[in-house]
Design a protein around this ligand. Sequence first.
Ligand code: ATP
Ligand code: MG
Length: 437
Amino acid sequence: MRLSRSFVPTLKETPAEAQIASHRLMLRAGLVRQTAAGIYAWLPAGLRVLQNIAQIVREEQDASGAQEVLMPTIQSADLWRQSGRYDGYGEEMLRLKDRHKRDLLYGPTNEEMITEIFASGVKSYREFPQNLYHIQWKFRDEVRPRFGVMRGREFLMKDAYSFDLDYEGAVIAYRKMMLAYMRTFQRLGLKAIPMVADTGPIGGDLSHEFIVLAPTGESQVYFEGGFEAIDWMKADFDNQNPADLERFTTLMTSMYAATDEKHDTAKWAEVPESNRREGRGIEVGHIFYFGTKYSEPMKLSVIGPDGKPIIPHMGSYGIGVSRLAGAIIEASHDEAGIIWPDSVAPWKAGILNLKVGDAKCDAICEEVYKALGGNALYDDRNERAGGKFADADLMGHPWQVIVGPRGAANGMVELKRRATGERVEVSVADALAKILG
Ligand code: ATP
Ligand code: MG
């Protein structure tokens, strides 16, 4: 995109309403605009980020064997009356009425709906296991929407739902999803640590929150340094092999990790001091096994091989897709602005033409822009170099191709890596190879 013709409304001033870095930077870099309390419009640069995050989430869900669907945002209240959650859900639920005075709601989550849909289509125990997910907007009327997209009222979530014939099957589904989450968060440039979470009346130990460290996180967390050392893209765990999933689980449970709600000071004391890490954390995902809590009231059952009915065991698996945009910035920024991981950046590179109108600068910029296509944001505005540097740093492109008259006369450009600040003078071909390589 050419910046001169793009709607990327950056701000020089720090917006007064924003209390944390990611919120300030998302507004300043022109990613989002608030349209009502806790409700945001995603502008061109922000939408690219949101779509990149969603795509990585999608690829890892697919790789785990889950199937994508898309359920509506509006749900019938009757569905929720069937599970018994309609009255109990409280004020977080946005309740609506249609012209026939029927009760509707804007979905805060989809357990009831997916259970009913699955029940209406599944015919045999042979069709198990299954896992269905969608990436869809949710609405929760949070008491205190804050921190920009991190605690919004309308937000984008990936929620998956697993169906198994028994507890043992559900455990495998749970482990597969945990492994998929480790890979997902690493691909998003994050270190996210699974921490034991409350299971409420369900009991058991199959509930984990995935936490990213950031000083502005809402909870205090404690974990072992070993989690940070694992490279999940290289780790040899085959998600189709139950023995591998067992080995994976042993590894995960061999290390201590807990939020303050679940913190066990006696166990913590056993962790060697040099291994202890603590800080504030942001919840970016939550996985939870809940057995037959919904299958029972929603009448999901199949006839088993012995002719007896089986009530499937379920789990649900959420990722805060829009919250992640904020969480990634919390984890990766500096004084000057955002530092996007390559995988989620709206554009891989910004092209900075320091002298618009100079024949050589213009020609080199056009050449680079053409080669990078949709991967570049070309700053072709008639503005001072200082302003362009500041905006490029603010927007956080992983690479900056800086084209000034002195280098351009010799066919050279400067290539800056945003994360390290390193700047090198290279040929156009070398710059392109580095960016695309
Ligand atoms: P929280 O404790 O932060 O309110 P939750 O337990 O209500 O989260 P879940 O119902 O497990 O969240 O939803 C799955 C994921 O959706 C969360 O891990 C989080 O990343 C995201 N999420 C939840 N509420 C919001 C919100 N108000 N704004 C943005 N993302 C959210
Ligand atoms: Mg909540």
